[in-house]
Design a protein around this ligand. Structure first.
Ligand code: NIG
Ligand code: FE
Length: 406
């Protein structure tokens, strides 16, 4: 790859990335997709960036003149992955719990307590260093947008500091005071819900964009979840819901009713749940998290059923030390194709444009003029290799906001 000299300092220089053999734009009007693929693939393509934006996308031979040039060597390029569901503000790990699970013990959310204890004991600097370590790990694997949550503090101060730290690194910050009932309130869950909707929300709302609830047996029921999401909404936070991971329940329908941006997990769905998601017209995205099923040896969510019903689907890692300790979106794409009934095109769309939809973002998850220049160059001839070559490090380059990071 070559880079030619740039322009004088102070002006936003333009960069042409050309000789892209296979460019996934996620704009079907740009690509030739006789099979109706949403990926808008352009062959022999080029992209022009200026500052932090894409300003031109098309066939290499029609590209405009620019200040700099990068030769993509005929490789494939796609939008940087949008990981719309992670839990990265934590300390410690849960290797022993994973080990026990692989010897047959089932996953329960009870292990969250272990991480809560470690997180409370950590300093701000330790939490931030751990967060940055995981964000860097994700970036090296092609993830350029990350949502992350609190939920391992569960006191006013520990939740607020988790969000403050997260907000230094991403604008997609989610208040998850309702992850589990805090251990010291175990005998009085109603008092904990009062705290989550009262003093804790006051301290947390200024640092977050989203509010989330783990609506599941053993965590929060439908009424509690409704109270928490509604209180968050009144403070300007937009709902998203952990729903129907461990069993059937009201979470998915509640998410649609409250116009949540996403219902996450969606492993155990009734026909009414699927109908509700479809009727939202893409407002409530079904975010599937195959790393969790992989790492807990649980039943896979049925992506095919959702797609066939017209539901908008996103894929995310759910990266957390308990149920899914992977930051690899490529791995999740491979699992979704192998075990959840998605085609490679659908899975790559879900990991990019789908994640953007789950974050209600129009500026990421696509490579078209006006989008952020978040680009992933693969050491492969097409996006299909993400599923075809699972576990292989295929990242040849990553640009975030027009800056080459990898
Ligand atoms: O999305 N279920 C709630 N939260 C996480 C699990 C967190 C944990 O086990 O530490 C999830 O799977
Ligand atoms: Fe989660």
């Amino acid at each position: 790859m070559s880079t030619l000299p740039g322009t004088p300092a102070g002006t936003a220089s333009s960069t042409l990335i050309d000789n892209i053999g296979h460019l996934v734009t996620n704009d079907p009007s740009l690509g030739s997709s006789p099979d109706g693929s949403p990926l808008g693939v352009v062959r022999d393509a080029a992209v022009v960036t200026e500052g932090d934006r894409v300003v031109w996308t098309g066939m290499s031979r029609k590209a405009p003149a620019t200040d700099n040039r990068v030769d993509a060597g005929g490789r494939a390029m796609l939008p940087g992955f949008v990981d719309s569901h992670t839990h990265l503000v934590f300390a410690g790990d849960r290797t022993e719990e994973f080990n026990a699970r692989m010897s047959g013990r089932p996953y329960t959310a009870g292990g969250i307590r272990t991480t809560v204890a470690a997180t409370r004991a950590a300093t701000d600097a330790e939490l931030e260093a751990n967060l940055v370590r995981h964000l860097t790990e994700a970036l090296r694997q092609g993830t350029t947008t990350v949502e992350t949550k609190s939920g391992y503090g569960l006191t006013v101060e520990d939740e607020a500091r988790s969000l403050r730290i997260a907000a230094r690194h991403t604008r997609e910050v989610t208040y998850l005071g309702a992850h589990i009932v805090a251990p010291e309130h175990a005998d009085d869950p109603a008092a904990y819900v009062e705290l989550v909707t009262g003093g804790m929300l006051d301290a947390c709302a200024p640092h977050a964009r989203w509010v989330d609830v783990f609506c599941e047996r053993g965590a929060f029921d439908g009424d509690q979840a409704r109270a928490i999401l509604t209180a968050g909404r009144e403070r300007g936070l937009v709902p998203r819901v952990h729903a129907n991971q461990l069993g059937h329940g009201p979470g998915v329908r509640l998410a649609v009713e409250l116009d949540a941006a996403s219902a996450d997990h969606c492993t155990h769905l009734s026909d009414a749940d699927v109908d509700a998601l479809a009727s939202s017209g893409g407002r409530t995205v079904a975010t599937l998290l195959p790393g969790a099923e992989f790492s807990t040896r649980a039943e896979w969510p049925d992506a095919r059923r959702l797609l066939d019903a017209g539901v908008t689907v996103a894929l995310s890692t759910d990266c957390n030390p308990g149920s899914s300790y992977t930051s690899s979106m490529g791995f999740c794409v491979a699992l979704a194709v192998r075990d959840m009934g998605m085609t490679p095109d659908e899975a790559v769309w879900a990991a990019t444009a789908g994640g953007a939809a789950a974050l209600r973002r129009a500026d990421v998850g696509r490579i078209t003029p006006g989008a952020r220049a978040d680009l992933l160059l693969l050491d492969a001839p097409s996006h299909v290799h993400l599923a075809y070559r699972p576990g292989v490090p295929l990242v040849a380059g990553v640009w975030r906001g027009g800056v080459r990071e990898v």
